[in-house]
Structure formats: C-alpha cells, structure tokens
Design a protein around this ligand. Sequence first.
Ligand SMILES: [Zn+2]
Length: 52
Amino acid sequence: MAKTQSKNYEEWIKSIVKKHYGKRCPDHVKECACCQAWDIYDTIIDANRGKL
Ligand SMILES: [Zn+2]
C-alpha cells in the first residue's frame, strides 16, 4: 500500500482519539481514560507500521 494511505490512516485514527478524548496528556497516567486511548492509538500504529 502507498505510504500516503498509511499516513491518512494514522491521521484518521488520531482525529477520532482527539475528538473523543482530547489532546494527549503531557504526563502519562495509567488510570486516565485519555492516556489509555492514546496508548491504544500508539499500539495500533506500532502494530501496523510498515504493513499499511
Ligand atoms: Zn491522561
């Protein structure tokens, strides 16, 4: 798949996380729903890096 499509996919997920949880917190807090959402985002991006 083209690199631009992968980038769009990242941006798309990022916009969803941002919309629902807001911007990433400056400090990571395990109990924070926002931080957990961004953790999931990171996991998805890492897992799909190079594949998309
Ligand atoms: Zn947080």
